[in-house]
Design a protein around this ligand. Structure first.
Ligand SMILES: Cc1cc2nc3c(=O)[nH]c(=O)nc-3n(C[C@H](O)[C@H](O)[C@H](O)COP(=O)(O)O)c2cc1C
Length: 147
């Protein structure tokens, strides 16, 4: 995937009083997106419903983070992590996500994610951490994408 460098410079800051909410089926296909999710990601609701949640995956995210997320889901545990997401316009937004199962009569039927804003320091720390994780895992980092 090739991106124009300048597209990556635009951050959408998640307001303190907003919750970004989505739900997926057990395969990670979006079944629900609240208004804030649509606004922050830059998509219309009908562009999100029915799509894989990786529609907002940012190329800076290390695959190990999502491997850990799905491992937690398979084991019916909660995953809490810091995620850099890609907007439709190729800008980005950082969130803290809490992802867990949705149960109906004791049966796992869906997954849900609640996301809240993080501080500037947390963003900086995680950008560095994720660059390091990608580098150590042989995944491309921004320098390479920009060539
Ligand atoms: C409820 C739920 C919410 C998710 N939210 C995000 C998200 O906000 N951003 C993201 O990149 N991946 C999210 N994922 C993980 C994606 O399903 C996917 O595993 C990830 O984007 C990596 O893409 P890939 O599996 O195609 O490599 C979520 C998964 C679930 C179950």
């Amino acid at each position: 995937m090739q991106y124009n460098e300048s597209e990556f410079l635009i951050e959408t800051v998640v307001p303190e009083d907003e919750l970004i909410i989505s739900r997926t089926d057990l395969q990670g296909i979006i079944t629900y997106a609240n208004e804030t999710f649509c606004e922050i990601s830059g998509y219309e609701e009908d562009e999100l419903i029915g799509k894989s949640h990786n529609i907002v995956r940012h190329p800076d995210m290390p695959s190990a983070a999502f491997a850990d997320l799905w491992d937690k889901m398979k084991n019916k545990k909660q995953w809490i992590g810091i995620v850099k997401n890609l907007r439709k316009d190729k800008g980005y937004y950082w969130v803290k996500a809490i992802i867990s199962g949705v149960y109906k009569n004791g049966e796992l039927v869906e997954y849900k994610s609640l996301r809240t804003p993080i501080s500037y320091e947390e963003k900086l720390q995680h950008q560095k951490l994720y660059d390091k994780m990608r580098q150590e895992n042989g995944e491309k980092i921004r320098k390479v994408i920009y060539e």
